[in-house]
Design a binder for this molecule. Structure first.
Ligand SMILES: [Zn+2]
Ligand SMILES: [Zn+2]
Ligand SMILES: [Zn+2]
Length: 359
């Protein structure tokens, strides 16, 4: 049930990156165009001609890493045949960072996330997801170690044609870049500034707020209770070590962020117990998303403290996280022209719907 009044209309500033703001407007007129019948994602188990399906290993560059082993792999990493601005990377907002990355060095790997062609994240077992997260960590560490000029190793995933994935077989991408992508850079710099002022990690503050925030909003004229905000209204899923939240000012209507509950700046320092818990929180959050929006197509990004000298002092101020950005509507002219994202559902209501899914 919604406890929001009709026609909520407010501009919310992203507390971490203030240049990213969102207009939350539940009024009908602001409704962006739905992505009309987005091409459905490919749900087949095995596709004879797919280069990422088992039996077709010769169609890709050689294996860089595999789990559990190269012969009976369930996860397999190969060099990207169309590095950087090739294939499906161009249609995401990563393109700005990537364009800076193409001047000569950098590495671009493809991680085939699962042997099964069209499996969704929430359909994978937690043991598999735990292994996948371990593979992310291993590749990030190897790529940083391979070249001291690498400033950032970005892991991301485009899932479904609406998210710009041109290869339907489920996969992630790992890009070692000579620059820190702009969105990570802005987060690191802004959170450092916040820390210098408040001696506190802004992400930890947001997690605390998401878990405990409570407020009663009164009507200024009549004094009547206009809105009551209950505990944990932004929380979607909570594990022992991780929490999935709907950010207060999300760019995308169904955007979800997953963060460690205890402060941690670097994903690669994740423990085995934490990795298992993250697999569980991720799977459950994706299952909720899939149930609410019906076949989620999304981009997901892993944001972690860059391994470079410039940000060595940011371990206390930066907090790594996963951003999951489902693609459900096409940006309107208003959004493109103003740079302001529009959300026609309030983040509180979106979180309530995601929480309400019975798993
Ligand atoms: Zn395939
Ligand atoms: Zn923190
Ligand atoms: Zn981020």
């Amino acid at each position: 049930m919604s406890d929001q009044p009709d026609g909520v209309r407010e501009i919310r500033i992203n507390p971490i990156v203030p240049s990213e703001s969102v207009l939350v407007s539940t009024a009908r007129g602001m409704r962006p165009r739905k992505a009309e019948d987005p091409a459905p994602r490919d749900t087949r188990k095995h596709v004879e001609k797919c280069p990422f399906c088992t039996g077709n290993e010769a169609m890709t560059p050689p294996t860089i890493a595999a789990w559990p082993d190269e012969r009976d792999w369930e996860i397999r990493v190969v060099e990207n045949l169309y590095p950087v601005l090739g294939d499906d990377s161009t249609s995401t907002n990563l393109v700005f960072g990537l364009q800076q990355a193409i001047d000569g060095y950098g590495r671009h790997e493809v991680m085939i996330d699962h042997a099964e062609h069209g499996i969704a994240l929430h359909e994978m077992s937690e043991a598999h997801l735990t292994a996948l997260l371990g593979m992310y960590r291993d590749r990030i560490e190897s790529l940083y170690a391979a070249d001291p000029r690498i400033q950032y190793v970005l892991v991301f995933k485009n899932f479904g044609p609406a998210a710009g994935a041109s290869i339907p077989h489920t996969h992630s991408q790992v890009i070692a870049m000579p620059v820190v992508p702009e969105n990570v850079y802005n987060e690191v710099v802004n959170s450092r500034r916040y820390f210098e002022k408040n001696r506190q990690c802004i992400f930890c503050s947001l997690v605390d707020e998401a878990l405990t925030f409570e407020a009663t909003i009164y009507d200024r004229d009549s004094g009547a209770v206009r809105r009551q905000i209950s505990v944990g209204q932004y929380v979607i899923e909570r594990g022992r070590h991780f929490v999935a939240i709907k950010p207060f000012a999300s760019r995308y209507e169904w955007e979800i962020h997953i963060l460690p509950l205890t402060h941690a700046s670097d994903f690669t320092a994740i423990s085995d117990a934490e990795r298992e818990d993250l697999a569980c929180v991720l799977r459950r959050a994706m299952a909720r998303l899939d149930a609410v929006i019906g076949g989620a197509q999304y981009n997901f990004f892993l944001h972690s403290l860059p391994h470079n000298n410039e940000f060595e002092d940011c371990h206390d101020s930066y907090h790594w996280h996963l951003e999951i950005c489902p693609r459900t509507s096409i940006p309107t002219g208003f959004e493109l022209g103003s740079g302001l994202f529009v959300s026609t559902i309030s983040p509180e209501e979106a979180a309530a719907q995601l929480r309400a899914v019975e798993l």
